[in-house]
Design a protein around this ligand. Structure first.
Ligand code: NAG
Ligand code: NAG
Ligand code: NAG
Length: 401
């Protein structure tokens, strides 16, 4: 009891401190964003303290909080909701009730959470997927892929690819009344990283490739090789997602240690001989002038890190490392970026590179946007921004899928 009161006390003091951190002027719901930012920063610090004193791991504090409100598979008058497994990977299906004369589109949705947190059963994702099924009269598949650190790279991606392949079988499409010409892979944040990587991988299989009509990426992180993009520098301390927090989670996915973390923070984590990869993410070639501002491109320092992490060279981790000829065959693409977001420039660069090779891309940029808004639409946050993002994404699907 005394220990819980102490924790609560620490939390309140930190929260009171963080709530006064300035937030960019142009954000519509400034006080809400400020509150969420303070909650995240306080949680991060408490999580660090807990880890230091050996109480629980950094990520477990977040995990405990993120999984408090897991929803049950509740069907309603419009949508039947079922928890099941596709190829042994847990999925939640949303199947429209209404009889349909024609086959339906399908959306495979990959939740965010920095590869470490989250579930398609979180209330915000359940709301989003149900809404999508209802609004588009579509079959929606949420995937509970395996999470790091227990299951590091590329476990999450393997699960997502398995589920897509399972769904794309003719007999399964038939079973759920899905139109094989109208299937989209979508995701937000790290879920969008996985969506982009899965879409790239499936281009190698003619039988699956032609069935993926579109990919939709909401504030995706698309590369982990250059940590000093203008968007990293402009949003170093958030709001909501700071560079340090992002790096802490990514090293869990990479099965890395604190030496890797420190190297990434100094942008000295890439090995000797990887210079040729930087042309794929060279922001000075791909970003609009508006975001280059007064930033000066500096090349990362190579070969400083002793340990080797092959994943850092892998386009399954960083979809931006795919070559132009690999990007060429990608399907119709939707990318949404947010202004105040460390991964903003990843999205801009992917838009530019895909357009350069002739892929049809719709790009929505939210000037007052912050990272993670889609998951902040439920109580106690009620961030309206998340609903604006949802509506833009759904509008695109409605028109293009
Ligand atoms: C079912 O769909 C109708 C028509 O779109 C809508 O008005 C109603 O709110 C939906 N019900 C639920 C529980 O979402
Ligand atoms: C799905 O698979 C998991 C193990 O991978 C198992 O525990 C669970 O019971 C399965 N669920 C269903 C609905 O088959
Ligand atoms: C990045 O682009 C700048 C400007 O175009 C160029 O000077 C630099 O050599 C490039 N660096 C790499 C590693 O491609």
């Amino acid at each position: 009891m005394g220990y819980k009161i102490l924790c609560f006390g620490i939390f309140c003091v930190l929260f009171a401190y963080y709530i006064y951190i300035p937030i960019p002027e142009n954000i519509e719901e400034r006080w809400r964003v400020r509150m969420i930012d303070a909650v995240v920063k306080t949680t991060s610090l408490v999580a660090t303290l807990f880890e230091e004193i050996g109480l629980m791991k950094y990520e477990d504090t977040f995990l405990t909080l993120s999984l408090v409100h897991l929803s049950k598979p509740v069907s309603d008058e419009n949508v039947t909701v079922i928890d099941t497994n596709f190829s042994d990977v847990p999925v939640r299906l949303y199947l429209p009730e209404k009889k349909s004369e024609i086959l339906r589109p399908a959306i495979i949705y990959l939740h965010g959470g920095a590869f470490v947190l989250g579930s398609c059963k979180m209330q915000s994702y359940d709301d989003l997927n149900r809404w999508t099924a209802n609004k588009l009269d579509a079959v929606v598949v949420g995937i509970d892929y395996r999470l790091a650190p227990q299951y590091p790279f590329p476990a999450a991606l393997e699960d997502c690819v398995l589920v897509v392949k399972f769904l794309l079988q003719d007999k399964i499409l038939e079973k759920y009344g899905v139109d094989p010409a109208r299937i989209c892979i979508s995701g937000d944040s790290s879920g969008a990283t996985l969506a982009a990587a899965a879409t790239q991988l499936l281009q190698n299989y003619p039988e699956y490739k032609e069935k993926i009509k579109a990919q939709a990426l909401l504030y995706p992180g698309l590369q982990f090789i250059d940590r000093s993009m203008p968007s990293h520098q402009d949003n170093e301390h958030g709001p909501i997602m700071s560079v340090e927090m992002g790096v802490k989670f990514v090293i869990l996915y990479l099965n890395g240690n604190s030496a890797l973390k420190e190297a990434i923070l100094r942008n000295e984590h890439m090995p000797e001989g990887s210079r040729h990869l930087f042309k794929f993410v060279n922001w000075s070639d791909f970003l609009p002038d508006k975001y280059k501002k007064n930033h000066i491109y500096t090349e990362p320092v190579l070969g400083k890190l002793k340990a080797s992490y092959p994943a850092l060279l892998d386009s399954r981790l960083s979809p931006l490392l795919a070559s132009d000829s690999q990007l060429q065959s990608l399907p119709l693409t939707y990318i949404l970026t947010c202004e105040h977001d460390i991964v903003r420039d990843d999205g801009f660069i992917y838009v530019a590179r895909l357009r350069n090779v002739g892929v049809q891309v719709t790009h929505d940029h939210i000037e007052d946007g912050v990272h993670g808004a889609i998951t902040l639409t439920t109580l106690p946050y009620n961030l309206h921004l998340g609903l604006r993002i949802r509506d833009k994404y759904i509008n695109w699907l409605e028109k293009k899928l």
